[in-house]
Design a protein around this ligand. Structure first.
Ligand code: GLP
Length: 240
């Protein structure tokens, strides 16, 4: 059963999760973080900025959950750019130690296996930060994704492309495909920390935490993991 922590606001959630990450890095300077994009984890990254001051982060390693396929890594909305802007630069991490799946179309058939091998070689993810989509997706694992899935190319649903169109000039500019860690990959992390804020996430949170474990609600995979912390505000907890 996941531990559910209800906090007053996203900033309080950020402080809580950041404190956990600081403890981890102080205990293990080459900790492996599982990084998520989207707006939800931003308060964590903001809180880490002040809380990590004075801690040696030169050996911290990280793996992003997902990336668009066929997007120039230098495009401001590639997840490589987002992670660089929101995490690597403000926290002073070594960019060479922070990986994102390789979304270049050239060699895409090996990119999933290469990413899995890199996570394995790093000894696995210590703490995986997760957001959740309104349809219950985690990473880009949309409903129907196998619980055993590993990093692979997926087609983005129309809904997710619409949701993410706000980051691009128009929906036509949103890539059609992504490469995402699988649910099986995510479940191998040693500690999962899922965050969600706002009423729009309430149903997905309730289904993920206490609904039937089902591939139709990818977030419900967290019920198969023995160390899960769910950090939500009152609104996102309202259907629990
Ligand atoms: C995207 C990301 C997910 C994220 C989700 C929710 O699809 N691939 O990792 O959890 O959106 O985004 P937000 O946190 O902005 O609500």
């Amino acid at each position: 059963m996941a531990e559910v922590v209800i906090v007053e606001n996203p900033a309080a959630a950020g402080a809580l999760v950041a404190a956990e990450i600081v403890r981890l890095i102080q205990h293990r300077p080459d900790a492996v973080l599982g990084l998520a994009t989207g707006s939800t984890p931003l308060p964590v990254y903001e809180a880490l900025h002040s809380r990590l001051a004075g801690t040696d982060v030169s050996q911290v390693r990280g793996f992003a959950l997902d990336e668009y396929v066929g997007i120039d890594p230098a495009h401001p909305e590639s997840y490589r750019s987002v992670i660089t802007r929101e995490v690597v630069e403000p926290l002073g991490l070594d960019p060479a130690l922070i990986r994102t799946p390789n979304g270049a179309t050239d060699g895409i058939e090996h990119a999933g296996d290469d990413y899995e091998a890199a996570i394995e070689a790093a000894g696995g993810v210590d703490l995986q930060i997760l957001g959740i989509g309104t349809d219950g997706h985690i990473g880009f694992n949309e409903p129907g994704s196998s619980f055993a899935s590993r990093t692979r190319v997926k087609t983005l649903t129309e809904q997710t492309r619409k949701d993410n169109a706000r980051f691009f000039d128009s929906i036509d500019d949103v890539p059609m495909h992504c490469i995402t860690q699988g649910l099986g990959t995510i479940l191998r992390a040693r500690h999962l920390v899922l965050l969600a804020f706002g009423e729009g996430k309430a149903q997905a949170v309730a289904q993920a935490v206490e609904g039937p474990v089902s591939a139709m609600l990818p977030g419900s995979a967290i019920q198969l993991h023995e160390h899960v912390t769910v950090v939500v505000d009152e609104a996102a907890a309202s259907q629990l």
